[in-house]
Design a protein around this ligand. Structure first.
Ligand SMILES: Cc1cc2nc3c(=O)[nH]c(=O)nc-3n(C[C@H](O)[C@H](O)[C@H](O)COP(=O)(O)OP(=O)(O)OC[C@H]3O[C@@H](n4cnc5c(N)ncnc54)[C@H](O)[C@@H]3O)c2cc1C
Length: 474
């Protein structure tokens, strides 16, 4: 190993001597990867293939002690730092050019206490890993809808999925966490200990430190749930979405229904002539008693003339992974997202108009139904602010070849702009790209000032800057 050229927090180049690198490597229980190491390329690759960055060093941590060593090394050498959970975030901040990447992908322990209905979870765990362990006891907690997503990034941004209308956001089920601060100290955070930091990591992203352990509240779920898809012809989209809006407003908390507008994938239950044509997909999950779920879903299933209705009893873990085939890594992705209080006629018509001009067969518009328990928490009680959001729309641009970049990105931006007058102005930080720094303040609304104070206290030099960044004011 020779001396290394690395990037500092201010973007300059610095030389890290061979001795310092060797001493860091020797201190770790995990691995230190350089561009010459075998696993380097795998570790720096993330879900969004638009992002291709080469860190100077990667610490693949085996535990909290490695995280402390990596944070201290970065701070002492003023290095640019990226923190990777599973690397699913669209913005690509999990990896950096020339700096130090702290990878948590090897920290994969999940310890369930079935009697207390809690789980201790390390930050390299995927949502699928978590479900796998908790469902062994018929338990779960609200997380996202794609099982390969990382629990760490999802939680610190807020986190929502099929169980959220019943049990709240992922952060509403966070009991405590262990955090390594920029000073390299491991602290416990919960309601009665370091409560300011506990407030901040529930929605404030990776701005305040590296979370090395999460403790979640679990709830009885499944193992079978009533769930599935109803697929309608695109020609009926206007009527179906107007009916959906009414149905969603009257749904109990146990029931969550999302809308997906896209070209039909070649699913076995869809007639071949529908494959590759635009459709309206209603995806639903009832998180309670099966018979009551049948009653709650009956009106939606009776509406119109769907092409397919595959609502039925499904293993919960199966439905949690149901969208995985459409969300595999390796594609180029660009997202734009808005929060909504309602789906007014203009919103519905705009979504339909843009679905008529999808720039790639993999692009889609997702509308997640929020409300229920997610909105019964005071906006002040966690850093996730927008507790009045009823729907989150994600314009998901997704394509294979870089020659399609301009066309697909433009489609997303145009749709986003057309929707802006009808949206709240708020946004979920986990759906923001790397170029949306100007939206960070809006993402935190009235909590922004308190977050800046917290940043001043816990990370005054902005060591953790590769995220939807809250800048210190000192
Ligand atoms: C296909 C797809 C589907 C999704 N569906 C949902 C959904 O249904 N619901 C939902 O809520 N979200 C969803 N998301 C968004 C998801 O919550 C974010 O992408 C989340 O950041 C992923 O976490 P990660 O650990 O994999 O990400 P990473 O890219 O590894 O991390 C994201 C950022 O979080 C920070 N970070 C990560 N780990 C830590 C840590 N331990 N301590 C401190 N900071 C850390 C870093 O700043 C990092 O840049 C989805 C994303 C994708 C790509």
């Amino acid at each position: 190993m020779t001396n290394l050229k690395m990037t500092t927090q201010s973007g300059d180049t610095t030389i890290i001597g061979q001795d310092a690198v060797e001493a860091l490597a020797a201190s770790l229980r995990g691995d230190l990867l350089t561009p010459a190491t075998a696993d380097y390329d795998e570790e720096r690759s993330i879900w969004n293939a638009m992002i291709d960055k080469r860190p100077g060093l990667i610490v693949r941590c085996a535990g909290a002690a490695d995280v402390i060593r990596a944070v201290n090394f970065a701070r002492e050498n003023t290095l640019l730092v990226a923190v990777r959970g599973i690397g699913h975030n669209i913005a690509g901040n999990a990896v950096c050019e020339g700096g130090l990447m702290i990878s948590l992908s090897g920290m994969k322990s999940v310890r369930v206490d079935p009697r207390a209905r809690t789980a201790l979870v390390e930050p390299g765990v995927t949502l699928g890993d978590l479900d796998n362990e908790t469902q062994a006891y018929g338990l779960s907690t609200p997380v996202g809808i794609n099982s390969t997503t990382g629990i760490a990034g999802l939680t610190i941004g807020g986190g929502f999925g099929w169980l959220s209308r019943k049990y709240g956001l992922t952060i509403d089920n966070l009991i405590s966490a262990d955090v390594v601060t920029a000073a390299g100290e491991l602290v416990k955070v919960r309601e009665d200990e370091n409560e300011d930091l506990f407030w901040g990591i529930r929605g404030g992203g990776g701005n305040f430190g590296v979370v090395t352990s999460f403790e979640f509240q679990l709830h009885p779920v499944g193992p079978e749930v009533l769930a599935g898809l109803i697929v309608h012809p695109f020609s009926e989209a206007g009527k179906v979405l107007r009916y959906y809006r009414q149905f969603a407003a009257e749904s109990p908390d146990d029931l969550t229904t999302w809308v997906v507008l896209r070209k039909a994938p070649p699913l076995p239950f869809l007639p071949e002539e529908v494959h590759g044509t635009e459709v309206v997909i209603l995806a639903a999950l009832y998180a309670g008693n099966m018979a009551e779920g049948e009653k709650a879903l009956a009106p939606l299933r009776a509406y119109g003339n769907p092409i397919a209705d595959v609502i039925g009893p499904h293993p919960f873990t199966g439905f949690q992974a149901g969208f995985d085939p459409l969300l595999t890594p390796g594609f180029r992705n660009y997202w734009k997202s808005h929060d909504f209080l309602e789906l007014n006629d203009e919103t519905i018509d705009t979504a339909i108009r843009f679905t008529g001009s999808l720039p790639s067969p993999h692009c889609e518009i997702f509308i997640a139904q929020m409300g229920g328990a997610t909105n019964r928490v005071s906006p002040d009680s966690t850093a996730y602010r927008h507790r009045d959001t009823e729907f989150i729309m994600n314009v998901h641009g997704r394509w294979e070849d870089s020659t399609e970049d301009d066309r697909c990105v433009s489609w997303c931006r145009e749709l986003f702009t057309a929707m802006t007058p009808h949206a709240t102005g708020g946004v979920y930080i986990n759906f923001m790209t790397g170029e949306e720094q100007q939206r960070v303040q809006a993402a935190y609304g009235d909590s922004y000032g308190r977050l800046v104070e917290l940043k001043n206290k816990y990370d005054p030099t902005n060591l953790f800057r590769l995220n939807q960044n809250i800048k210190p004011s000192i």
